[in-house]
Design a protein around this ligand. Structure first.
Ligand SMILES: [Zn+2]
Length: 566
């Protein structure tokens, strides 16, 4: 087996309790080991910052929605073209790049694992096919259940075990990883041209409220012992005054798992808005962050907005329709049969736009006001808030008050009265950043036992080595060096092989798709449940037997079997 010895690495590995230690790391095959033999290839890390490979716990890189974003924006495809170079394919696209574009650019930033934020079960094949051509990262798929009729009927009947069984069958069938709820109840209502405005409103098509859907799926999630918690895109995304809905939602979440959070709330920047309309729109990051600070059962990600062009895409169909009514630009909208919705709109976040400036501030405020970095992870909800290539700038903004002030001077002048950011002195440190970009993700996703997010012996050898000597940089003052240092690794190692070197991909990784298969007793096997079969026959456009994704669609895969309480 090939061996590598990384010499003189400056390691921050929060899960292993290492916070800045110059040490050697031995790799044998795909794993980290105690010692390497004298035959090992030696890489001198020169005291460079060495972290576990980056993990993006919420991004949109693969699937029908992403691909439609590519079709819709030929100007975006022209913006990000790179020529064939060595081993690397041609790439194109800036905010919605080709699969290789995503993979190479993430790898240059040191990322080795990606979670697709939203996979519609009915369209799962496309997602898996794109995972296959994202060769330098492992993939996980959040699977959409917000409008799943089988599950909603079971929840309406108060039958949590049946809801869990339907979730188990669906995740297994489509090779998904976690339960994703997008605007629960709202996307279901959107199939009939409606939406819901708060978590306690009964949805039009089932005798259920969003709060009941969220609580029911949290219970089902724990019955199935899924690695990750329910992954929620709250109701009312992007609406002034929506922070009350967000806080109300967090208040409903029970603390039911001692290993990880009970609820992961994504892109919370888009859900921390005050005001009664766009005229008095303002930040409400403080009450939202306070709620997180008092509730360890909640983990959030930022959903940071950065200025410039990007593409919004979400399963939240009604939200995208509202966005279209604001922008009057090109748009797409889609209802996925009995499951969920989707919408896509290209946008340009501008510094001179007051609303955009406030949104920019809110994401940073959340990361700075949530006290525990394990509870607020770094994302842009790529590409909704910004393309992920902006991550180095976000890291620098979080580490430097001076950088934030310099940027603040360039945005809409009325922003100051409506946000908390100028008053926040906190500057995050290297350890905080390591938590917010890999360790926190691994723990929140429940994948540390798979060897993700840490560098102890037995872990997967997914490692990012940045050309940063932390003793030689003052992040507060030299923020430009932070941006540069995190923009391109010296080496990115994926499963024990150097896949990227100074920004160039040099070989394809042995990427793997991870999916879950809850072990379900015969009485709860939906494959043989006549009522469930009938639902398919009556309402779906395809046969139940054609629905499951065959394993051949997955390039390499790792099935995580879970014991259940069914
Ligand atoms: Zn998303």
């Amino acid at each position: 087996m090939a061996e590598i010895l990384l010499k003189n690495a400056y390691v921050i590995d929060p899960i292993s309790g290492i916070n800045g230690e110059v040490m050697d790391i031995a790799i044998s095959g795909s794993r980290i080991v105690e010692d390497a033999s004298p035959q090992a290839e030696v890489i001198d890390c020169q005291g460079f910052l060495t972290l576990p490979g980056g993990i993006d716990s919420h991004t949109h890189t693969s699937g029908t929605k992403v691909n439609f974003g590519r079709y819709m924006s030929p100007e975006d495809m022209r913006a990000g073209r790179t020529a064939k170079k060595g081993h690397m394919h041609i790439t194109s696209g800036y905010s919605v790049p080709t699969t290789y574009g995503n993979s190479y650019r993430y790898s240059a930033l040191g990322y080795t694992t990606l979670v697709e934020g939203a996979m519609a079960p009915l369209e799962a094949r496309h997602t898996h096919e794109e995972f296959k051509f994202t060769p330098l990262q492992d993939s996980f798929a959040n699977t959409l259940f917000d409008g799943n009729w089988g599950m909603l009927r079971a929840l309406e009947d108060g039958d949590i075990k049946r809801a869990a069984a339907i979730i188990a069958w669906t995740l297994t069938a489509v090779k998904g990883f976690a339960i994703k709820l997008t605007n629960p109840g709202g996307t279901e209502a959107w199939g009939f041209g409606k939406n819901v405005s708060c978590i306690n409103e009964t949805i039009p098509t089932f005798d259920l409220t969003p709060a009941e859907i969220i609580k029911g799926t949290i219970k089902a999630n724990e019955i199935l012992h899924l690695p990750h918690s329910v992954h929620l895109h709250c109701n009312n995304l992007g609406t002034p005054g929506n922070f009350t809905c967000t806080i109300g939602t967090f208040g409903h979440v029970p603390d039911v798992n001692d290993k990880r959070q009970s609820l992961y709330a994504t892109h919370v920047q888009f859900h921390s808005y005050g005001g009664s309309g766009w005229g008095d729109f303002c930040s409400k990051s403080e009450p939202v962050a306070n709620m997180v600070n008092f509730r360890p059962q909640i983990v959030i990600d930022m959903g940071q907005v950065m200025f410039g062009r990007t593409t919004t895409m979400t399963a939240d169909g009604p939200m995208e329709f509202n966005l279209y009514r604001l922008h009057h630009d090109k748009w797409s909208n889609h209802d996925v049969e009995l499951e969920t919705g989707s919408g896509i709109i290209p946008v340009n976040y501008r510094r001179k736009n007051l609303v955009n400036s406030i949104m920019w501030a809110i994401g940073l405020e959340l990361a700075l006001l949530v006290k525990n970095p394990w509870q607020c992870l770094l994302t842009t909800d790529n590409p909704n808030g910004a393309p992920f290539v902006k991550y180095p700038e976000i890291i620098a903004l979080l580490m430097s008050k001076r950088y934030r002030d310099a940027e603040f001077a360039t945005i809409h002048q009325d922003t100051e009265k409506r946000v908390a950011l100028p008053a926040i002195e906190r500057e995050l440190d290297w350890y905080d950043i390591a938590v917010m970009t890999r360790a926190g993700q691994a723990r929140a996703l429940g994948i540390t036992d798979l060897g993700k997010g840490h560098l102890s012996p037995g872990a997967e050898a997914d490692i990012a080595i940045y050309p940063i000597r932390i003793n030689e940089i003052d992040p507060s003052a030299e923020y430009e060096r932070i941006v540069k240092g995190f923009s391109q690794t010296e080496y990115t190692i994926k499963r024990g092989r150097v896949v990227s070197r100074r920004g160039d991909a040099i070989i394809d990784g042995e990427n793997t798709t991870f999916w879950v298969k809850p072990k379900v007793p015969a009485a709860y096997d939906m494959q043989h449940d006549t009522a469930f079969q009938e639902l398919f026959e009556r309402y779906y456009s395809i046969r139940m037997s054609n629905y499951p994704v065959q394993e051949e669609y997955l390039h390499r895969n790792h099935c995580i079997e879970t014991e259940t309480d069914l």
